[in-house]
Write a protein that binds this ligand. Sequence first.
Ligand code: SF4
Ligand code: SF4
Length: 432
Amino acid sequence: MFLRGIFEMADYHKMWEDLGMDLETHDQLCEVLPQAFGDVYLSQENRPESMDYYDFVVSEIHGVRPAELVEHQKNGGKVFGTFCVYVPDEIVFAAKAIATGLCGGSQFWVPGGEKVLPSNTCPLIKASVGARLDRTCPFFRIADMYVGETTCDGKKKAWEILAEDVPVHVMDLPQMKREKDIKAWAEEIKDFKKVVEEVTGNEVTAESLGESIKLINDKRRALKRLYELRKNEKLPISGKDVLLISQIAFYDDPTRFTQMTNKLCDELEKRVEEGVSVFPEGTKRILLTGTPLAIPNWKIHNIIETSGGAVVCEEMCTGARYFENLVDETQTDLDGQIDALANRYMGINCACFTPNRARIDDIIRYAKEYNVDGVIDVNLKFCSTYDVEGFLVERELKKAGIPVLGIETDYTDSDAQQMRTRVSAFIEMLEK
Ligand code: SF4
Ligand code: SF4
């Protein structure tokens, strides 16, 4: 019902022009995306009907949602662009503003980033900087303020470059999880609240924050429900489709996203009752762990799911790290709510932290809960924190008797064939 025909995008050139975009270069991006999406997604068989909605969102990715954000700004609202799952969207929505993810997942933007960053920077950072400086992504043009964090070194320095072009607020994320660090994060959230209030002119009250905590928790509940369905022996949905949904979660209107995801889950529950699976019996169940897979990075899922495997869980920021653990909804005053936010967000296990044993525990727990045959630890090139942590992750998985394959990749397709060979060999080895 949503589909006017995938990728017959309405004409948004006027909006893009008003946003100061480089239309000519952007048109090149609009030309390659449909082919990539068609090859990876539309070639799948027996997809759930409710995937129509997400297909539509992707087909209009630089149109429909940006137009909504522009409309919000015309009505006096503000938009905050974020790059990390530690930044609490709840504060933004509580000030009647909108938070939107800005992580770049396409090689298209990498050369733009390389103009100002060393080439041995992770592609996610290069693509994010390139998307802004080359003026080829409407989301990067629309955001009134970017919210950075002190997670990895590359990002910390990238904020300084971006701040010359757009207002940036950086949140100082502790790198350990002692009680004093959680308190420090609560203070940082309070400072962020002040900044958001100043930029929007709207006060964050206990009432508005209570509402936004519920709003974002509802989104987490819907994603958790979706993931629970992947624990079934017969998989009602592919890993690729779930990845797309996780990626869209960072951009979409949260209320609509939650509704659509719950609608999809209703359909999937029926599929489970009827024993419908999108994979043939015997398909090997794979858990992916590692660095985030920002849209439109679908490479590893596509390779696994066309090589005899099915991705059943992602221990990633575009995955379980995004929705695991809810914010306590019982707090009624601002201090209590901010402490609840600090506690929930500091429960995320990113490799930027030391020590980070809880991430390994998560991976082993998920491996059991999702009944996986093997784990693939996939890291973006030049991400040293995840790369170094990979040693411990892989050693502990082996100790637990869980087969694991480590892969390093970037946004280009140059390693696709080699990756396919390694993934196929790993999956074949699982057969034995
Ligand atoms: S991997 Fe770490 S730094 Fe990157 S988005 Fe996730 S939590 Fe943030
Ligand atoms: S993938 Fe690694 S290097 Fe890249 S932004 Fe995330 S934490 Fe930083």
